[in-house]
Design a protein around this ligand. Structure first.
Ligand SMILES: [Zn+2]
Length: 113
């Protein structure tokens, strides 16, 4: 059996991030490459680190002046366009699994962008 099937999940933000390996965590985190260049790795980890998921990164890049300064306006608009969350069909099971406490602390971690 091959252990490397499919490889790393890629998304359009891959060229604009740096992967952060967190010991003892299966979650892959990413920081903004442009914030790191501008302010250093410590700043980037404290302020931009998030789960390496397209939607999470998108919410940072939407507000990231360093990112906007690094690429052209049309590149930026294209990236935002192709990473737009797809509209999901209304699903009965998806909404019912609500954990208010978990999502609250999650939000607090990201609120200071
Ligand atoms: Zn940034």
């Amino acid at each position: 059996m091959k252990s490397h099937t499919g490889g790393k999940p890629r998304h359009p933000f891959t060229p604009h991030i740096k992967i952060i390996q967190v010991p003892n965590s299966k979650t892959v985190f990413a920081i903004c490459k442009w914030c790191k260049l501008k302010h250093g790795k410590v700043y980037a980890i404290e302020n931009t680190q998030c789960v390496n998921k397209k939607d999470r990164l998108r919410s940072h890049f939407q507000n990231c002046i360093n990112f906007k300064a690094a690429i052209t306006k049309s590149e930026y608009e294209n990236l935002m366009q192709i990473t737009k969350p797809k509209k999901k069909k209304a699903s009965k099971s998806a909404v019912s699994n609500n954990l208010p406490s978990a999502s609250k602390s999650d939000l607090q971690g990201n609120i200071y962008f």
